[in-house]
Design a protein around this ligand. Sequence first.
Ligand SMILES: [Zn+2]
Length: 157
Amino acid sequence: MAILPIVTYPADILEKQCEPVKRFDHQLIKLLNDMYDTMIDADGVGLAAPQVGVAKQIAVVDVGDEHGRIELINPRIIEARGEQVGPEGCLSFPGLFGEVKRANYVKVRAQDRHGRLFTLKATGFLARALQHEIDHLNGILFTSKVIRYYEPEELEG
Ligand SMILES: [Zn+2]
């Protein structure tokens, strides 16, 4: 395992469309494991490959619920419904938190580390995390969706 350096804004790689993964090899598995360790080490609930300098459609999410560790390769949102507004942050924007509107329900189609297709349905916070990470893979940062930023004192406690 390895903790990777996290790319912080501004950086070109954070704002570009990531390439699809075509090879499901040992290198991919190592990257997924390192990304997960990096995310946990940084106290994050999601991390996308461009945030560790790799412009590929790979993300990991773990919001601490019953879904546990989720690995997403070439993910697509195939259904989205409802609306939620809540606080959001990003490991590439240390200390910055803003209110972001997201769909409350999403259905995601992705491949796992072996290239097998799977479908994941999520609501609430997990749905928010999935949308945030999938945005990263399209070069979209949460700051482009922030309705308002929080003052540091609003986030205490
Ligand atoms: Zn992020």
